[in-house]
Design a protein around this ligand. Structure first.
Ligand code: AMP
Ligand code: ZN
Length: 462
């Protein structure tokens, strides 16, 4: 293994492996997306951010046009039906509204748009096609208007989660039904009651089971076998186990995806997040108001990346505050820097199973260097490009953040930097930029005076 090769921890083999795509000209990744019935919470932000970092890294290694990232939208699910009924809105209204908020959240968190975001309801015909293949192959049966996957028909079931059979059986007993041949069998297709979403199928009007949705969307968008499949660690069993069973039995390959990646869980202030504990926090709340502040998406993202993606995260106010201060310091030093290449050490850290804590050590190292050599624009550019590689935008000043970082005092270095940037803009006859900088400082209470000798001085007017 060469030191700069991309290595990823594969849940399938329980080992860190060198990543070798099936086709370097078409690298394919599928990540389970949200079920759109409620605002996404801060735990849901974790896979969003983690797999966005991987997407960026893959694009860097293989070229932007050679990477396909599919993140689905689950818009048919019992939780959706229940919530729509509760709120007295149509299913379509609920899923559209929730998805719109989700898209805004993802953007605010600095996530690139995936190559495709298929909706389950656009792929019903593909789901039916998979079920037909499974029945034909002896891996599924019809019972009482339901179609079930016949788990004992496939000896390799359980290969991903490596759970003992009795444990899987115990889990499956939660979902017993008289028509199941084995307690472990799971639903591929089920009949719909009056008022529930329904599609015609060879087994009557009904709707798909959740696991089937991802098998259909990944197949249609990425093929029968693809490179990377991701999601939170809670999805390993049963969701991903069942996706593998469906896809492999339908298409007959040795794998569904070669690399399975799972992010660790997030808890809040040491406790599992739940509505009843009152510590449930949505991304939208954080962005607008949490513990008295609105937290910019880049701060949330930076706070998240402090921990390696496979470790659990304890989400605390202190974590956010630290991230906020640190990012403002980076911004103050580097935001006007010219565009340049990200640090090689940063790429190396990320190539080692997305080691973001190590990548942040490198950001800190660049920052400390810059403090010693404040006029080293190359270094400033490297810090800026490295932040941007991680999806942390430090190119624009966020006034709120600047004030918070300076704890009420103005940052003189930053003002001097802005004055230099304004001089550069004026020299280039870019009057709009020069005015923008003057106005921005004015909003902070800093007035500029252009003196006869060409120097610009400033004073605070509050
Ligand atoms: P869901 O909408 O619950 O299916 O979750 C969408 C994604 O968020 C899945 O990849 C989950 O594994 C992940 N997820 C849900 N809760 C958490 C959490 N507390 N911490 C980390 N990831 C989570
Ligand atoms: Zn899925």
């Amino acid at each position: 293994m060469s030191s700069d090769a991309l290595k990823l921890y594969n849940t399938l083999t329980r080992a860190k492996e060198e990543f070798r795509p099936l086709d370097a000209a078409n690298v394919r990744m599928y990540v389970c997306g949200p079920t759109v019935y409620d605002d996404a919470h801060i735990g849901n932000a974790r896979p969003l951010i983690v797999f966005d970092v991987l997407f960026r890294l893959l694009r860097h290694v293989y070229g932007e046009s050679h990477v396909a990232y599919v993140r689905n939208i689950t818009d048919v699910d019992d939780k959706i039906n229940a919530r729509a009924a509760e709120r007295g809105v149509s299913i379509r209204e609920l899923t559209e509204e929730t998805n719109a908020i989700f898209q805004d959240d993802a953007k605010a968190l600095g996530c690139l748009e995936p190559t495709a975001q298929p909706r389950a309801t656009e792929h019903i015909a593909d789901m039916i096609a998979i079920v037909e293949k499974l029945i034909a192959g002896g891996h599924a049966y019809v019972a009482d208007g339901n179609v079930l996957f016949d788990v004992p028909s496939w000896k390799e079931y359980g290969g991903l989660s490596r759970r003992p059979l009795d444990e899987m059986l115990a889990g499956a007993r939660v979902d017993v039904a008289p028509y199941k041949r084995s307690d472990m069998d799971f639903v591929l297709w089920k009949p719909s009651k009056e008022g529930e979403p329904a599609w015609d199928s060879p087994w009557g009007r009904g709707r798909p089971g959740w696991h089937l949705e991802c098998s259909a969307m990944s197949w249609r968008r990425l093929g029968e076998v693809f490179d990377i499949h991701g999601g939170g660690v809670d999805l390993v069993f049963p969701h991903h186990e069942n996706e593998i069973a469906q896809t492999r039995c339908a298409f007959g390959h040795k794998v569904m995806a070669n690399y399975w990646l799972h992010n660790g869980f997030l808890q809040v202030e040491g406790e599992k997040m739940s509505k009843s504990l009152g510590n449930f926090v949505t991304i939208h709340e954080l962005l607008t108001s949490w513990k008295g502040y609105s937290w910019p998406g880049s701060v949330i993202r930076f706070a998240m990346l402090q921990t390696h993606y496979r470790q659990p995260i304890d989400w605390t106010l202190a974590r956010l505050e630290e991230a906020s201060v640190r990012l403002s310091e980076f911004r103050a030093r580097a935001y006007t820097a010219p565009v340049c290449e990200p640090s090689r050490r940063l790429i190396e850290a990320l190539s080692d199973d997305l080691n973001t804590p190590e990548a942040i050590v490198e950001l800190n190292r660049l920052f400390d260097d810059l403090k010693r050599h404040p006029l080293d624009w190359e270094k400033a550019g490297e810090l800026k490009a490295s932040c941007e590689f991680l999806g942390l935008n430090i190119g624009q000043v966020d006034l709120n953040q600047m004030l918070r970082a300076a704890r009420g005092d103005l940052d003189e270095t930053l003002i001097e930097r802005q004055i230099s940037a304004r001089h550069a803009a004026r020299a280039a006859k870019n009057w709009a930029e020069s005015d923008r900088i003057r106005d921005e400082l004015a909003r902070l209470g800093v007035a500029l005076h252009d003196n006869k000798d060409g120097r610009t001085t400033w004073e605070v007017r509050r």
